[in-house]
Design a protein around this ligand. Sequence first.
Ligand code: PMV
Length: 366
Amino acid sequence: MFTAADFIPETYTSTIEKGNFEWSAPSNIALVKYWGKKENQIPANPSVSFTLNNCKTVTKLTFEKKSISTPHNVTTEFSFDLLFEGKPKEDFKPKIKKFLERIEVYLPFLKDYHFTIDTQNTFPHSSGIASSASGMAALAMNFMNLEKKLNPEMTEDYFYQKASFLARLGSGSACRSVKGNVVVWGTQANIKGSSDLFGVEFPHTIHENFKNYQDTILLVDKGEKQVSSTVGHDLMHNHPYAERRFAQAHENLDQLIAIFESGNLEEFIKVVESEALTLHAMMMTSMPYFILMKPNTLQIINAIWKYRAETNIPVCFTLDAGANVHVLYPENVKEKVLQFIKNELVGFCQNGQYICDEIGEGAIAL
Ligand code: PMV
């Protein structure tokens, strides 16, 4: 069993003065949802997600060791510039500073360097697609790349585990954006190696039906969310249904183990849609209560149910903490489902916008 202390490094064997790395990391879409957490970003229940392929953040990290002559005390402050799409972005800095503070004990070199973090997303800005998962994962990959230079003996397993561990401290679900098609985060008795501290590649058989699984993201509402995930997670403390919900997530994850193996899409759809609606039911039954779905979210859900009943095509939906709808379906019905989306669902999207994505591999060094 890993503990957080396993990620505190001993002395480094190498040095590096300056350089740069560039990593991309994708977004991910949870099938069993993480909603509710304990201290230090420990999830209240395990979750599992499909890693996406097209929606990603690309981050370049440039670093240079501070010299003794640098003004201010060289080792007591973080020093970094932040660029978003090539331009300085001051309002992102507090979030990054907080992230650096959280991970400093695990990366004790952070105050020795000046960093330039240059980041951009492949999906439209303010599309309502959370960039925190891909963004924190891409940054964590870069920092791990630097740690690997300082400790070249590091194993590949440690590299990815610790990258996921660090990403988690930035944004919980970011730990599922590091490596693998299907990623589990949170301890689950039947999933060997699963951990509350980092995401792991789903270790059991995955049926061909899930190969290149498609996710078309319908952009229903691109506005700022009224309630952030942070507040939503917090409202699971003292929530009347919390304990039962956390137990249900374990049950649904166990069911998915069997479903991934058999390829039973009917059962897959039941678990996935129930998880999406349960997530939103938790929001509606929090105190204070809130609703993130919009009228068009429900229109889309009903249209999917009608289409599925009429055609028997195994298309389903999931939701994250917002109004957008992720339409999930196997690759062999791609043409038909895209036609259905164009004919019947695009009208419910803001400015007719949607993004075609599919299952992907995780972070990549560029
Ligand atoms: O990682 P956070 O704190 O933004 O929370 C994400 C929560 C959901 O997207 C709603 C569910 C999930 O497991 O990704």
